[in-house]
Design a protein around this ligand. Structure first.
Ligand code: VAH
Length: 320
């Protein structure tokens, strides 16, 4: 049977590239993009639907219309924005997930993808080589909602048999679509500022090391997880994965190998610093490597080169 895929939150940083990857894999007409607002440009023959994942009635109609075989729920409020609007963050991140899981059960959707985040870890989690299972005391509404969401996903799998799969994304770096309201967004903004102004005022301190993942690796890993046979998926909360870990100072050094005169300054007392300080510096992703053969291809040097080459080609450093 042909796949029919709905992506909810397709306008975002990950959603934009997931739509393209899934359309390449399954065909344009098989993948319905959807979001709460129309994207800037919708290619003529590519299905797009306006949808609010909190509007259960509208979501029900969407599932009835398309009877999806797979659903990807990317709509979410991220860490920094979530601290400015905590109730909205909880509502979208949790009730959006519950709506999708209930309808996926009702319509016997074959597979569901839902992203978690390394934001589920907190100040008492191990700081380096953070394992799949450990103390998890997230301090942001975003992290709390993702931790609760992981437990809900595992419950719906064990209790109702929904084949929902999840990845704890680190900070995601990409050049095609802007990140939206995260603490790790500096690692994208820095490239645009470097190409435009040859300098960047960073809102995290020089030594704030965080786990990061290049978008190409994130998409390849997501498709590998979704393609794996169900009996290979041993973790139904969410899998740790990571690409590499670096600090703003390390990233600035890598950029200077391409732009020798690039300078970085550091803005103090940004609220995102307090969030970043509660997150791990590095992640252990042994289970993802064991269960579905995960392994990253982009380290800091490869990420930096690919970002600069592509941003020079596409936007001449204009912000996206
Ligand atoms: C954020 N980019 O900063 C997201 C991500 C690990 C960070 O979840 O909120």
């Amino acid at each position: 049977m042909a796949e029919r895929i709905i992506i909810l939150g397709s306008n975002g940083q990950i959603g934009t590239e997931l739509v393209a990857a899934l359309r390449k894999k399954y065909g344009q007409a098989q993948v319905v993009a959807s979001d709460i607002r129309k994207p800037q440009s919708v290619a003529g023959d590519t299905p797009f639907e306006l949808i609010d994942v909190l509007d259960r009635k509208a979501l029900h109609l969407l599932f009835t219309q398309y009877r999806p075989t797979q659903v990807y729920l990317l709509a979410a409020v991220l860490s920094a924005t979530g601290e400015q609007h905590p109730r909205q963050a909880w509502d979208l991140n949790i009730n959006g997930l519950l709506n999708v899981l209930d309808l996926s059960m009702e319509y016997a959707v074959k597979k569901v993808f839902w992203p978690s985040s390394i934001a589920v870890f907190g100040p008492h989690s191990p700081k380096t080589d953070t394992p799949e299972y450990c103390t998890m005391d997230p301090t942001t509404v975003y992290g709390i909602s993702k931790l609760a969401g992981e437990r809900i996903c595992e419950y719906y799998h064990n209790r109702f048999g929904v084949d929902v799969r999840s990845i704890r994304y680190p900070g995601i770096i990409s050049w095609k679509a802007a990140p939206g309201g995260g603490t790790t967004d500096y690692a994208v903004h820095i490239f645009h500022e470097a190409l435009k102004h040859n300098t960047y005022a960073c809102f995290l301190s020089a030594d704030t090391t965080l786990p990061m993942l290049y978008m190409d690796d994130a998409i390849r890993g997501t498709l590998a997880l979704m393609d794996a046979p169900a009996d290979q998926i041993c973790i139904r909360s969410s899998y740790n994965i990571t690409g590499t870990s670096f600090s703003p100072a390390m990233l600035a050094g890598a950029i200077r190998r391409h732009l020798p005169d690039f300078t970085i300054t550091y803005v103090k007392n940004d609220p995102r610093q307090a969030i970043a300080d509660t997150w791990p510096s590095s992640i252990n992703d042994a289970e993802a490597r064991r269960d579905w053969n995960w392994s990253p291809r982009y380290g800091l040097a490869e990420i930096t080169a690919d970002m600069i080459v592509n941003l020079k080609k596409t936007t001449n450093g204009k912000s996206i």
